[in-house]
Write a protein that binds this ligand. Structure first.
Ligand SMILES: [Zn+2]
Length: 396
């Protein structure tokens, strides 16, 4: 029997529009949405479409400060305003009229998914616009205003009393806002695989950042050297993740499945193809099914700035989780839509061809650098008693 899946979407998601020339613009949402639509996914009998309501002030304040929430509201009504000490009005996070309203709708999407899953209406859910992981409690950063993932985690803890939530973030940028939010707590295991912050925003997320106090060992950052390819990525995933996942035995899983690690993304520098994302989706669903969560998985779209890649990566991730069979060829209706609406020439094949690592410049150096990052993580973890039963961390 097919699992019941929630698909969270609002036509008003497009109001989260940071500007025509800003990478975070509605094209990157509409192109994936239309692909899911043209493939008939949205009409499948086991897919439930949910339209979120905007999150309330008290929900937003499960994570954000009162002062920051007030500034978000006030600046949304003031043309040309800014408060750079709160990150508002920067190039990355411009002030725009729907800033507060559209951001609270994003939070509403994550909360809708969390509730529907936790109440048993669906087993998994996917909110295309979500996983805005760079927002801190009192400031906007990296295209993110309200941190829907951190709020959803606090909501699950408060409303349902969950004590072990696993947050896994595979966006090309480190999940700094979410990992920082729970850095001193062991009630959230935060895992982030991302391009090394030596080379890309946000400049944190090194492998020696493993949490502090009660949270020591519960933040796992694994940086990846630019150029990292599918097989290498998967090998690192398998070395680090399954053991700590099984040991932690989470009650609920949130996956920020950013698409910007794809080799055609315009901001990231990794060499991942759709096949790595399909693998990730399958493994994350398997691990979630085997744990106390019993399959409860909330997917939040995250980043990704080449609409064609974003669409195919999210499809691959979703198919990995749900078992949906991806056809080889792009549906013609989608190809036409992207060309007509946005002048985008999409790929005619939905899956990428494999990339031969030997053709990647400096592939030996990339492999060595990643081994070093992993070594630092292992050494840091060995200093703590957490994950002492995980062989992969104990071996030199
Ligand atoms: Zn990103």
């Amino acid at each position: 029997m097919l699992d019941e899946i929630g698909f969270i979407w609002s036509n008003r998601y497009t109001e989260f529009n940071l500007g025509k020339s800003h990478p975070m613009n509605p094209r990157r949402l509409l192109v994936p949405y239309e692909l899911f639509n043209c493939l008939g996914i949205l009409k499948a009998t086991n897919i439930h479409l949910f339209t979120p309501s905007p999150a309330s002030d008290s929900e937003i304040q499960l994570f954000h400060t009162h002062k920051y929430l007030d500034a978000m509201k006030e600046l949304s009504e003031e043309e040309g305003g800014y408060q750079l000490n709160l990150g508002l009005g920067s190039g990355d996070c411009p002030v725009f009229p729907e800033m507060h309203e559209s951001s609270r709708l994003v939070v509403g999407g994550a909360l809708e998914g969390a509730k529907r899953i936790q109440n048993g209406d669906v087993k998994q859910a996917f909110s295309l616009l979500g996983g805005l992981h760079h927002a801190f409690k009192d400031r906007a950063a990296g295209f993110c205003y309200y941190n829907d993932a951190a709020i959803a985690i606090r909501y699950l803890q408060k409303k349902y009393g969950l004590e072990r939530i696993l947050y896994i973030d595979t966006d090309v940028h480190a999940g700094d806002g979410v990992l920082d939010a729970f850095y001193s707590e062991d009630t959230v295991l935060g895992i982030s695989f991302h391009e090394s912050p030596q080379f890309i925003f946000p400049g944190t997320g090194f492998s020696n950042e493993i949490g502090d106090g009660a949270g020591t060992g519960y933040s796992i950052n694994l940086p990846l050297y630019p150029g990292t390819w599918d097989d290498l990525y998967i090998r690192l995933f398998e070395q680090v993740i399954p053991c700590i996942w099984e040991t932690y035995d989470p009650e609920f899983v949130i996956w920020q499945c950013g698409a910007d690690g794809h080799f055609r993304d315009i901001l990231g520098h990794l060499t991942l193809t759709t096949e790595a994302y399909h693998y990730l989706g399958r493994r994350i669903a398997e691990l979630t099914n085997k744990s106390k969560a019993q399959g409860k998985l909330l997917m939040l779209g995250g980043g990704g700035y080449n609409p064609d890649s974003v669409a195919r990566v999210w499809l691959a991730s979703f198919a990995g989780v749900t078992g949906f069979k991806i056809p080889d060829e792009s549906p013609i209706g989608w190809v036409d839509y992207c060309q007509k609406e946005f002048g985008i020439k999409t790929s005619l094949q939905l899956k990428d061809e494999p990339i031969d690592p030997k053709r990647i410049e400096q592939h030996i150096l990339i492999e060595e650098a990643n081994n070093q990052y992993l070594q630092v993580l292992k050494e840091e973890i060995r200093e703590t008693s957490v994950w002492k039963n995980c062989e992969s961390f104990q071996q030199k």
